[in-house]
Design a protein around this ligand. Structure first.
Ligand SMILES: [Zn+2]
Length: 489
């Protein structure tokens, strides 16, 4: 299957073989187009990309068109175009772009929440473009994530900060303990799955082209790259796609009897599981065993279905329609990149605190504070860190000898006064002093009080932490009344 041209954005790509006669005609046609349309193509911006041919021949082609010869690798719309394997070096510019945008943001002026929003925007733009074409090498993904992680915690792409929540935890939905960021590897793979899905269900010319090139005569997927920079990524995602897709059987003409999962999650080939059979030569379609809208199964095949408990006659067949591949995780079988991402992402456990924390009535800054508190990764004041004190031996608020976090927030006489006062205000009494019991009691309050209560509990913990940092730093003693007033605000 050959392509004559592609139109993309304001550009036109023309594919041709190197015969002089044809090229001369093509040039004539282009000239005619310029004349009649009034549009002129720029010979400076136009380039010739020539395949393997002698220098004499190359010169001949250049003479016909008067364009310069372009060479790969080059960049098109910000995407490096290469022939063959995509190396780390090729995609380097894309990582440089991430660094550049992260440096330009003045991240140290922003809150953690603000930086998370910016990272989200980078992840979105990456997914639209560069990650949707090539499979990124693992080392490059690691580097990209290091930059984003540094930026999240320090505001700068190259400077690392202690006291961070692990990146894998950060990149989870709220309910699984993250802040809704996504792993680059999973973004990349879900986009590769989109290419793979389109490859398996061709609607566009590129997919037809790829199929002609990469599906062998025996119906297998080619294991060699054939100079393509894209095929490796597509092929690497085919398995993830077929693991989550199934078939609505129509006339059976598209489905491979042995190597598609049309009757059970397993391929027939894997049920039979016999290496002696030359599977690659077996190309029968399911239509082979459908007659008059019903399955008619050879006896030895029926034995196999029986052994695996597959009730072949209960499978519905619409023999007047074409077969349709369906994406199983979706109700109507429609594939989406978002859905693909959801099926492959590394899932975390649901936590109890997210519903108290990420609420519209709680300021994002306070949510981020609570999130770090729940992960036990508390932000220390920079001044405290400079002094080299991470956790004082004695509680700096009540002079007790305990340095534990639990003491500070819940047992300390200072904190206790604050909590008792808050309980008085809301007319509740909480015997078991800890974050969970404080938050959970809010569930039984009226909606309006509930919002205030959750805000007050998170705000209270934050206040205690700030009071601790201040007292370490400035050796200030605490006026409880003053702290209460701060809380009111
Ligand atoms: Zn204390």
């Amino acid at each position: 299957m050959a392509h004559s041209h592609l139109l993309f954005a304001d550009d036109i790509f023309i594919f041709a073989n190197g015969r002089t006669k044809g090229l001369k005609l093509l040039y004539k046609w282009l000239a005619l187009y310029q004349e009649t349309s009034g549009q002129v193509f720029s010979s400076e911006k136009s380039k010739l990309y020539l395949g393997a041919m002698t220098n004499v021949k190359k010169q001949k082609v250049k003479d016909i068109f008067g364009f310069d010869e372009g060479c790969l690798p080059t960049t098109y719309l910000g995407i490096p175009l290469v022939q063959g394997r995509v190396t780390k070096e090729v995609l380097r510019t894309l990582v440089d772009k991430i660094i550049k945008s992260a440096t330009g943001w003045a991240g140290n002026m922003l809150s953690l929440q603000g930086r998370a929003v910016l990272i989200q925007s980078v992840l979105n733009s990456i997914s639209i473009f560069s990650m949707g074409i090539y499979k990124w090498p693992a080392s490059l993904i690691k580097e990209g994530e290091r930059i984003l992680r540094n930026f999240l915690w320090s505001g700068e792409p190259e400077s690392k900060k202690a006291c961070m929540v692990a990146w894998d935890k950060v990149c989870k939905p709220y309910k699984e303990g993250g802040i809704n960021l996504r792993r680059l590897k999973e973004i990349n793979q879900s986009l590769m799955m989109k290419l793979a899905w389109n490859f398996l269900n061709p609607k566009d010319e590129w997919a037809e082209f790829m199929r002609a090139k990469f599906i062998t005569k025996s119906g297998n997927f080619s294991t060699i790259t054939k100079g393509s920079s894209i095929w490796a990524g597509v092929r690497g995602a085919l398995e993830d796609v077929s693991a989550h897709s199934g078939w609505v059987i129509g006339d059976g003409k598209c489905i491979n009897l042995w190597r598609d999962n049309w009757c059970s999650p397993l391929f027939l080939k894997d049920m039979i599981n016999d290496d002696v059979i030359p599977w690659t030569d077996l190309n029968a379609k399911v239509s082979y065993i459908i007659s008059e809208g019903r399955c008619s199964i050879p006896y030895n095949l029926q034995l196999i279905f029986d052994r695996f408990g597959v009730d072949i006659h209960s499978i519905k067949i619409n023999h007047h329609k074409p077969d349709r591949r369906v994406w199983k995780p979706d109700l109507i079988g429609k594939f989406s990149t978002k859905g693909a991402f959801e099926t492959i992402r590394n899932k975390g456990q649901q936590n109890w605190w997210f519903k108290f924390l990420f609420r519209s009535d709680i300021h994002p800054r306070l949510s981020m504070w609570g999130w770090r508190l729940c992960h036990g990764k508390l932000p220390t004041d920079d001044n405290v860190q400079k002094k080299g004190i991470t956790l004082a031996f004695r509680c700096c608020l009540c002079a007790n000898n305990s340095k534990s976090i639990h003491h500070l927030f819940w047992d300390c006489s200072f904190s206790n006064c604050l909590w008792t006062w808050l309980e008085g205000l809301f007319q509740v009494q909480i015997l078991d002093k800890n974050l969970k019991s404080f938050l959970e009691i809010g569930d039984s309050m009226s909606p309006y009080l509930k919002d205030l209560w959750f805000g007050a509990v998170w705000g209270g913990t934050n206040l205690i932490w700030l009071a601790r940092n201040n007292s370490i730093c400035e050796e200030q003693s605490f006026a409880l009344d003053q702290e209460k007033r701060k809380w009111y605000k």
